[in-house]
Design a protein around this ligand. Structure first.
Ligand code: GLU
Length: 466
């Protein structure tokens, strides 16, 4: 195989949505798998719809996902002069022609064809010479499609797909204002960039047959195509915002990890036996177009959550802390102290056991910060009513503990309960309410140990007059 070159070619008209991110991932993996190059081309020929904000969102989404591209990102618009010269070449070869139809005429003929159930071929000027008057009018340039025979694309995902050439319209390649269309630009850019494999959504399959004619007219090799089925919602319907058709930035904000997202997107349309957890290293080793499914994939938040939970549990606490720090500091409205940081680092292995997304961790970590601004929930307040003297007594018992370890703390609480003929639960429940103020928590004794004696006594002291 010659050196593999793939590309991701988003139109910067919105965020980097989940389908685009998966296309980018597959192209990236395919290039990395074969030691090839992965290029990024921003398809910004549609000036009215392209925005800088969308370009930034695409670039930052790619970076967040960890999909690095080779060389600089290329702007399609910058190639306009080259595209005009290719158009000249096609005209000179007789493979393209000038069309003088106005947009009103074209729209009327298109509507008429639709009414008759016919294909609009756009060939009004295919075999016609303009008179002197018309020749001075604006014109667009259309490609002269073959009318006989058929075109077959040996798609790496869809298999061999054939269309009759007679159904292909003489599409516009250069508009009357001199701007090239996407159909021309994509072909010339892919050729110029040496793209060997075009991996993209199957909404572009019909375009491939039309683009193939430009390659043929220019005598260029047609790249290998792989058209991936689109992503649907869990209910099988077309993906909408409600289903998760959001920008990659929204997933970052929801607290998903890039590694989990990569794993999820990878499995959304590609499989390796029954493997669900596939690291990026394994994906680079295994990824191939032969295992891309032919049916539409279904987006499923629960699966994404469970993968995210898995990747969180794999992480070193020291690497998790920076991911939650800002949000946590916003919640507690102050900077984290070193003591709080250390408590959180110790607690993280048990926190991640119960977390799916980063905000779950922020919430749980809140418990390990100073309690000053921590509100008491209604439920906890209820459990504390009339328990002030018991809380005070527990505090006195714990104040006497000289070695602050979970074993000693547990023994102290047990002996406290025994001495008063109370069940453990009767002591633990209000103690927990005083310490956590109603926030969900794991094992109370472990929490007390990590909080340290001073913070534990201070929290109990706060509730001693409940
Ligand atoms: N710019 C096109 C899009 O965003 C992709 C074109 C292609 O991959 O060939 O849908």
């Amino acid at each position: 195989m010659p050196k593999v070159v793939t590309r991701f070619a988003p139109s910067p008209t919105g965020f980097l949505h989940i389908g685009g991110a998966r296309t980018a991932l597959y192209n990236w993996l395919f290039a990395r798998r074969h030691g090839g190059s992965f290029l990024l081309r921003i398809e910004d020929t549609d000036r009215a719809r392209s925005t800088d904000a969308a370009i930034d969102a695409i670039i930052s989404g790619m970076k967040w996902l960890g999909l690095d591209w080779d060389g600089d990102a290329v702007s399609q618009f910058d190639q306009a002069a080259r595209l005009r010269s290719v158009t000249e070449e096609l005209l000179a070869k007789g493979a393209a022609y000038k069309c003088y139809a106005t947009s009103e005429e074209t729209a009327a003929l298109r509507a008429q064809a639709r009414e008759n159930g016919a294909v609009f071929l756009g060939d009004m000027w295919r075999d016609r010479e303009p008179d002197a008057d018309t020749a001075s009018q604006p014109y667009s340039i259309r490609i002269k499609m073959p009318r006989e025979g058929k075109t077959t694309i040996d798609d790496q995902v869809q298999g061999a797909v054939t269309v009759q050439n007679g159904t292909l319209d003489d599409m516009i390649i250069l508009r009357s204002d001199g701007t090239p269309t996407y159909m021309l630009a994509v072909v010339v850019d892919d050729y110029d960039m040496g793209v060997t494999h075009v991996i993209r959504g199957d909404d572009h399959l019909n375009n491939a047959f039309r683009q193939a004619q430009i390659y043929n007219a220019m005598n260029w090799d047609i790249p290998i195509y792989a058209h991936i089925p689109l992503i649907h919602g869990a209910d099988g319907k077309k993906l909408s915002k409600r289903h998760g058709a959001l920008g990659v930035d929204a997933y970052a904000e929801m607290g998903f990890l890039p590694a989990a997202m990569r794993n999820y997107l990878l499995r959304l349309g590609w499989s390796h036996g029954d493997d669900e957890i596939i690291t990026t290293e394994q994906a680079i080793e295994w990824f191939g177009l032969e295992n891309v499914g032919r049916g539409p994939a279904r987006f499923d938040f629960d699966k994404l959550d469970s993968l995210n939970a898995h990747y969180l549990r794999q992480m070193n606490p020291a690497n998790i802390l920076p991911l939650i720090e800002n949000e946590l500091e916003n919640t507690i409205e102050t900077k984290l102290s070193d003591t709080e940081r250390n408590r959180i680092l110790r607690a993280l292995p048990s926190i991640v056991e119960r977390a799916k997304r980063l905000p779950d961790i922020v919430e749980a970590a809140r418990l390990y910060c100073s309690a000053t601004s921590m509100p008491v929930t209604e439920k906890a307040a209820g459990m504390l009513i009339g328990k002030g003297s018991m809380i005070q007594a527990v505090a006195i018992e714990l104040e006497a503990v000289t070695t602050w370890s979970s074993e000693v703390i547990k023994a102290a609480i047990m002996s406290f309960a025994q001495a008063r003929d109370l069940k453990m639960g009767e002591v633990m429940q209000p103690t927990r309410a005083a310490i956590t103020r109603g926030a969900p928590s794991g094992d109370l004794v472990d929490l007390l140990e990590i909080l340290g004696q001073k913070e534990a006594l201070s929290r109990l002291g706060d509730q001693a007059d409940a």
